[in-house]
Ligand binder design. Structure first.
Ligand SMILES: [Zn+2]
Length: 451
């Protein structure tokens, strides 16, 4: 096949298929091709208009594929920029065949990587919403993620549904199992609220390895029951009052979801089924997902990652590694006597011994950071020393609580403090004393390895 500007396109690998068509890798992986099923004149005109509009939109540095060229008839579709070494998120959704669930979950990146990939996806969607756009069809086929486990890039492809308005287009434009009930039924068009529903389904399914509406009743029942479930006519599997569609499958919900994430899921899948405005926004998901990732530990034995509030590794039962608990506070001002006043928060992060912990601008400066660039690195070593490396563009301060020393760490420098044998703890201040700023308080030493 060829593009309108007469470039040859050779399809090499099918990335995925959705309601409207298929996405293929082409040209050695630097280009992706969306092939639409429909080839009628109206669809062709709609696509051409859509791509012209997309080229005019300022998408900044959002990780969203930019369209390149339309395909020549008789094919209907377009080419778009693709990144190397990416796979569709659906590869992380379920193990193949009889593969054991827990080892597979760990080998494909475990809980922490899933939380961060979802955080980045939510961030990309929030970036579109912030520009007054909606993505239209979030699904595990349209979200591409880094294939190598030590990378956490995400990239949204299939941009021909990106829209400003939310015209009703019919269910052909939505991916079964992920589309919001009102879009599936053709009652409403796509919107940031329908994006939020689709995202909630993806997030819950990726983390727990079970679809939020495919309970045992649906799994064991007639195929029509699945249609009912996807339309929102059956309770979701963790419904707070109606237990008629519980699931025996997937990972224990409280093992992979913080209470904050469970609350978001309940809002999305209970009140949010019928009332789109009751759903949590993708920005709320982004915050809770990143905050959950900050609370994970890596098991020294099975290498699985898990929420550090657990007494033992939920995957293998081994005791948690030593870690520091750092509470996130905001210094809101100074009292008359010069004593700092703090606003507390429920946010925190775990600093595992001998694992580099990155603190992003989201934590250090309350920024809606889309890239999660590190502001400081924390390194907690075997001698109970904590080293703080400043990667920011301004100084940070280590302060001994209740009258302890105060040392500035200049840009590009580091400082090391002893954590043991001190009655009072340390704080890391991301701003000078006279200005409001974020603070990390290392006030609890988690040393469960000695028990
Ligand atoms: Zn383990």
């Amino acid at each position: 096949m060829r593009t309108e500007d007469d470039q040859a396109v050779e399809l090499t690998r099918r990335i995925g298929a959705g309601g409207q068509g298929e996405v293929w890798e082409a040209g050695g992986g630097r280009i992706a091709v969306k092939l639409l099923h429909s080839r009628d004149q109206r669809a062709a005109e709609r696509l051409a208009t859509q791509l012209r509009t997309l080229r005019l939109l300022d998408l900044g540095d959002l990780p969203v594929a930019r369209p390149l060229a339309l395909l020549r008839p008789p094919n209907l579709g377009y080419t778009m920029v693709m990144l190397a070494d990416m796979v569709a998120l659906r590869h992380l959704f379920a193990p193949a065949g009889r593969t054991a669930l827990v080892p597979w979950y760990t080998e494909t990146g475990g809980l922490r990587r899933r939380l961060r990939l979802l955080g980045r996806t939510a961030s990309a969607l929030a970036g579109l919403h912030g520009r007054g756009l909606c993505y239209g069809d979030p699904s595990p086929v349209n979200v591409m993620v880094s294939e190598p486990l030590d990378y956490e890039q995400v990239y949204l492809i299939d941009v021909d549904n990106v829209a400003v308005t939310s015209e009703v287009r019919g269910s052909a434009y939505a991916t079964r199992g992920y589309a919001a009930p009102e879009v599936l039924a053709g009652r409403l068009g796509v919107s940031s609220l329908s994006d939020a529903f689709s995202f909630a389904v993806m997030a819950f399914e990726l983390l727990t390895v079970v679809h939020p509406f495919v309970g045992d009743k649906v799994y064991d029942g007639e195929p029509e029951l699945e249609d009912k479930a996807f339309a929102g006519d059956l309770p979701w599997i963790e419904h707070s009052t109606d237990a008629s569609n519980r699931s025996r499958f997937g990972l224990a919900r409280d093992v992979v979801l913080t209470s904050g994430l469970r609350t978001l899921a309940a809002r999305a899948f209970e009140a949010g089924v019928a009332d789109p405005t009751a759903r949590p926004t993708v920005a709320e998901w982004r915050t809770k997902l990143y905050e959950a990732a900050d609370l994970t530990l890596a098991c020294p034995d099975c290498h699985g990652t898990y929420l550090g509030s657990r007494a033992t590794c939920p995957w293998c039962g081994v005791a948690p590694p030593p870690a520091l608990f750092a509470q996130v506070l905001t210094q809101v001002g100074l009292e008359a006597a010069g004593k700092p006043m703090f606003a507390e928060s429920r946010q925190a992060l775990l600093v595992q011994r001998q694992v580099v912990t990155l603190v992003s601008a989201r934590t250090a400066a309350a920024a809606a950071d889309e890239s999660e660039q590190p502001i400081v690195d924390l390194w907690y070593d075997q001698n109970d020393l904590l080293t703080v490396t400043n990667r920011w563009d301004r100084p940070v301060w280590l302060v001994g609580v209740s009258g302890g020393p105060r040392m500035a760490i200049a840009v590009g420098h580091d400082a090391t403090i002893p954590l043991l044998n001190r009655r009072s703890g340390w704080e890391l201040h991301f701003g000078p004393a006279h200005e409001p700023h974020r603070v990390l308080r290392f006030n609890r030493l988690v040393r469960r390895d000695n028990r």
